[in-house]
Structure formats: structure tokens, C-alpha cells
Ligand binder design. Structure first.
Ligand code: HMG
Length: 440
């Protein structure tokens, strides 16, 4: 069977930066280490006043098409995944196509366009839709363009304010991909939850602490469901495990949960038993509370073992390097975790072709999905072509007054006109609500 997966990827960050320890923490009267060590974040990306989900998505897509030498006729499908949409009827993909048509001779009239919504997991769901479309043989030799684009803004003063971010990831889904092949097996954990939602509102209503617990519960279900179709997960089989990263501290918790889950009843649990005992089994306790306490003690000990820390340093930490500098990109977040890991592998001179990734996606509301990916021969060239470091370095570093101004400017309820902090160059720029970006 021909491989189907991600052929190429491009990233577009919002052009502004908010320094969390340097600018945010002093303003909030908090210890900077709450952000750098607790949440694991150094900075967030923000859109300048001429950027929005359309321009960032179109800019990422244009870079991708340009680099791969693609014309509109090569693309049979454009799906935008976003939870920051401003139009309840017309999908954001039509605005993006309108932008791209300004710079190509052809058009995208032949392309099926849509918009996917399920909080942050929609980016991965769009990959799945593209995969299924190609596998069903409906693509007529064409590829799919999947764009995950969001401005992840919270109301000022909300606990989530420290985890904001803005950016887009464009991915080309094709047969014989150069970057990663997607597995046919997937595991899901899905339940009706109300810990994070935006019913007809721009900024989310969030029960932050509960959202962390819901993430972990759904991710555990997804892992179990994945194992029911793909067999038991052995962590040594996976070079990296990129997870949805609202902030790196969340992934620290998810990684520990996943590790505990996959080592139960294995030789790893046996080997660790002398030092930290065996995993508590629910049936051995009279009450749920006693079981939970015992589990917490076990996890605390597990976290400190050399074996766990080595695995974390190798398989998880490299997935977090971009996220630390950009914050939460919602639908794009798990896809920048994949790029972070492969970028670090490239910098370390690792040969990744044939290696496997265990990818954990998540969206509030809530659903988690686990699937595997196999890194393809062309990965080095694909990752080497990215200019992530340059993009991050070129962002304008806002002071607090700049931040308040730009946050107001992006608040749909306010009519605030803000000067541009950066000068757009060879990119699409925002041209008013509901209009496509114009290329500068
Ligand atoms: P908070 O209450 O401000 O922070 O909000 P905290 O007091 O819980 O501290 C955070 C961590 O920093 C803790 O670590 C502290 O101990 C530590 P933990 O115990 O959790 O390991 N800390 C320090 N460490 C070192 N030095 C210090 C220090 N002080 C504290 N001085 C919260 C945290 C996550 C609730 C908040 O940021 C929030 O509401 N975020 C938004 C919601 C969110 O991101 N949830 C994540 C799961 S849901 C999800 O991922 C979906 C999402 O992406 C949306 C979608 O799907 O569409 C959000």
C-alpha cells in the first residue's frame, strides 16, 4: 500500500513577542519562574495589527507552495482548522484561497474547501480527513493542503493569559510523503466536557485546573483505545512523542501519565519495583481516595527515577523547544511539537529515517487522539528548509503598554486602531474583518 502522510510543513509565527519572565511576570507581581519553570514558557507569539488567522495561514501556505514548486492545480483540497474563526458561514479556507490566488496564475475553483472545528484537535482531524480522502482514491493525483491557524487569546486577567500564542502551520498531505507517513490506526478518548469553551464569544471561558485533568483523562483513554487496535505501546519503539502543548508543563504531566500506563505489567515496572514499589492496583484499596493517594505517591517516585528522566529527556523534551518560545497555537500546537523534535534531531545529526513518532493530539470539549507516524527519507531536507529560528528572532519584543494596545486591537468587541509595530514584507496583510488579506 502506498504511504500517505505529511509531505511538507511550514510555520508562520505572529510577528510580535511577549516576554513572560521579563515583561509579563513583573506586571503580574509573580515570580518569573512560575512561567519559565512551572508552565515551561519563555515567551508568546502575538499577531501584529495587520495579522490575523487568514494572513498567517495564507503566509504559511504560500511559503510551502513556493518551496515545493506547487501550483493551484496540484492541490485538490484545502482544509483550515481553527477555533478563532470570525465567519459562521464562509470557511476560512476560502479567504486563504483568495489570498493565494493573488500570487498564482491558476485558481483553486476545483478544490474542495472546508473548515474543521474541535478546539485544538481540529488540526489533526483535518490531517485525518485528508488521509482518508487520498486513501479513498478521491484525490485524482492531487494533494491536500491542511492549515492550522489560531490566535489563542484569553481575556486579560484570566489565568490562561500566560499561555496565549498566535501562529499557523501549513501541511501538505500526499502519497509518498517526504516527511512522515501517518498510521491507519488511531485511538480516541472523547467526552462532552465544559471546562474550556467559547459559545458565541471570542475569548474562552476556562476552568483551567479542570481542563488539565480532562486533558489527562481523555489522553489516557486514547492511549488505551490505540493499544486496542495497534497492540501494546513500547516506548523504545518511538523516538519522540509529540503531544498537544498548551504549555510545556502540561506535557510534563501527560508524559508521566503515558509512561506509567505503558510500563505497567512490563519488565520496566519489575526493574523499578525494588526502588519505588509496584504500581498501586485499584482493587487493593477500600476507597477511591486511598487509591488516588497511593497513585500520586507512586507517580511522584516514578518521576524521580533515572530511567524515567532519561526517557523524558530523549523523547519528550525535544518536542517542547518551539512551544517554549511561542505559547499555545491551539490547532497548530501538536504540529509544532513534531517540528521541534525533528529540528532537534537534525541539529544533533541523528538519522531519523524509519524512526517512529507517537503523536498525542488533544482538543478541549473534549477529545484526545493517539496515532503513530514513520519518519520518511526526505525528512532532513524538509526540516532543514524551515526558517523557524529566524522568524522567532525577528519578532518585535513588546513592552507592557504595547501588549495592552495590541490585545485590545484584536478584541473583536473593541474598535481600536493600532499602529503596526513591524513592517510587513512579502506577506499577506489583514484588510478588515471578513476580507481577504492583500499581499504587501
Ligand atoms: P495558574 O493557576 O496561574 O498557575 O494557572 P499554577 O498556580 O497552577 O502554577 C502553574 C505551575 O507552576 C504549577 O506547576 C506550579 O506549582 C508552578 P504544577 O504543580 O502544575 O506542576 N509554579 C512554580 N514553579 C516554579 N517556581 C515558581 C512557581 N509558581 C508556580 N515560583 C493554568 C495554570 C494551567 C490553570 C492556566 O495557565 C490556565 O488556565 N491555562 C489555560 C487552560 C489550559 O491551557 N489548559 C491545559 C489543558 S486543556 C488544553 O490543552 C486545551 C487548550 O489548548 C484549548 C483547546 O483545546 O482548544 C487550552
Amino acid at each position: 500500500m502506498t504511504a500517505v502522510g505529511i509531505d511538507a510543513i511550514e510555520i508562520w509565527t505572529g510577528n510580535l513577542k511577549l516576554d513572560l519572565p521579563g515583561t509579563f511576570a513583573p506586571q503580574k507581581g509573580e515570580d518569573p519562574e512560575k512561567y519559565t519553570k512551572g508552565l515551561g514558557l519563555n515567551a508568546s507569539s502575538f499577531p501584529d495589527s495587520y495579522e490575523d488567522i487568514v494572513t498567517m495561514g495564507a503566509n504559511a501556505a504560500h511559503r510551502l507552495m513556493d518551496r515545493k514548486g506547487l501550483e493551484p492545480d496540484d492541490i485538490g483540497r484545502i482544509d483550515v482548522a481553527t477555533e478563532s474563526s470570525f465567519d459562521n458561514s464562509k470557511p476560512v479556507s476560502t479567504y486563504v484561497a483568495g489570498c493565494l490566488e493573488q500570487v498564482y496564475d491558476g485558481d483553486f475553483h476545483h478544490a474542495n474547501k472546508g473548515e474543521r472545528k474541535f478546539a485544538c484537535i481540529a488540526g489533526t482531524q483535518s490531517l485525518d480527513d485528508a488521509y482518508n480522502w487520498i486513501r479513498a482514491g478521491r484525490n485524482r493525483g492531487r494533494s491536500a493542503l491542511v492549515i492550522a491557524t489560531d490566535t489563542a487569546l484569553y481575556a486579560r486577567g484570566d489565568a490562561g493569559e500566560a499561555t496565549q500564542g498566535a501562529g499557523a502551520v501549513a501541511m501538505l498531505i500526499s502519497e509518498d510523503p517526504d516527511l512522515v507517513e501517518l498510521s491507519a490506526e488511531q485511538g480516541y478518548g472523547s467526552a462532552d466536557e465544559t471546562d474550556f469553551l467559547k459559545p458565541n464569544q471570542q475569548f474562552p471561558s476556562v476552568d483551567g485546573k479542570r481542563s488539565v485533568q480532562v486533558y489527562l483523562a481523555r489522553m489516557r483513554e486514547a492511549l488505551e483505545d490505540y493499544e486496542s487496535v495497534a497492540g501494546d505501546v513500547h516506548l523504545d519503539d518511538f523516538a519522540y512523542a509529540p503531544f498537544h502543548t498548551p504549555f510545556p508543563g502540561m506535557v510534563r504531566k501527560a508524559a508521566l501519565l503515558a509512561y506509567r500506563h505503558v510500563i505497567r505489567n512490563t519488565s520496566v515496572e519489575d526493574e523499578l519495583a525494588d526502588d519505588i514499589g509496584r504500581q498501586p492496583r485499584a482493587e487493593a484499596f477500600d476507597t477511591d481516595d486511598e487509591y488516588r493517594d497511593a497513585l500520586r505517591d507512586y507517580m511522584d517516585s516514578l518521576k524521580e527515577t533515572d530511567r524515567y528522566q532519561e526517557w523524558y529527556a530523549e523523547a519528550i523534551d525535544p518536542t517542547l523547544s518551539i512551544s517554549r518560545e511561542v505559547g499555545n497555537w491551539y490547532t497548530g500546537s501538536v504540529h509544532i511539537a513534531r517540528v521541534s523534535a525533528l529540528k532537534e534531531a537534525l541539529e544533533d545529526g541523528r538519522d531519523m529515517a524509519g524512526e517512529r513518532l507517537l503523536v498525542g493530539s488533544y482538543g478541549s470539549g473534549a477529545q484526545a487522539e493517539i496515532h503513530a507516524e514513520i519518519v520518511q527519507d526526505g525528512w532532513e531536507e524538509e526540516i532543514d528548509a524551515l526558517n523557524v529560528d529566524e522568524q522567532l528572532a525577528e519578532r518585535y519584543d513588546m513592552d507592557w503598554a504595547d501588549y495592552e494596545e495590541i490585545h485590545d486591537a484584536h478584541n473583536h468587541e473593541m474598535d481600536v486602531d493600532v499602529e503596526e509595530f513591524t513592517t510587513p514584507s512579502e506577506e499577506f496583510v489583514f484588510d478588515g474583518w471578513g476580507r481577504m488579506g492583500e499581499r504587501k
